[in-house]
Ligand binder design. Structure first.
Ligand code: FES
Length: 144
């Protein structure tokens, strides 16, 4: 049994897919080869059919615009108890990537089931993690 206790709404929180739709993600001028609305429609349709196991939300710019489209898969309450953490996915521009995200999220997402191997290739660091890594590198260089 876990030593962590989850209370209230967090106890039943489903896997949540956060779809960036800021200045670059979802922008057909920046990424004309992608049907951004189709991508969002597919994700929302899957959420509607999931019986509450998957939620899809949109958000303004998440930060790493150079890796657009950015999608974050947040673990469900069960996934969080299983050690799952928010997973950032970059260059989510084609149908295959959207299918992989959907398959993973519907199957439970982070902390519940492993992601498709092809999707792992598109994992990116969250902006805070990237900054911490850069600071750490700078410190190591200074020590030499
Ligand atoms: S618009 Fe998506 S990361 Fe900036």
């Amino acid at each position: 049994m876990s030593s962590r206790t989850v209370v209230g709404a967090a106890r039943t929180r489903p896997c949540t897919v956060i779809v960036c739709r800021g200045c670059c993600c979802g922008n057909s001028r920046k990424h004309p080869g992608t049907d951004h609305q189709w991508q969002l429609d597919r994700l929302r349709a899957a959420a509607a059919e999931s019986g509450g196991r998957l939620v899809v939300r949109t958000t303004d710019c998440l930060g790493p615009c150079g890796q657009a489209n950015v999608i974050v898969v947040q673990p469900s309450a069960e996934g969080r108890l299983g050690g799952g953490r928010a997973t950032w996915i970059g260059w989510a521009l084609d149908d295959d990537c959207t299918s992989d995200i959907l398959r993973w999220a519907v199957d439970g997402g982070p902390g519940v089931t492993d992601p498709p191997a092809t999707l792992e290739l598109q994992f990116i660091a969250a902006p805070g993690e990237a900054r911490a890594r850069t600071r750490g590198r700078g410190r190591n260089r200074a020590r030499r």
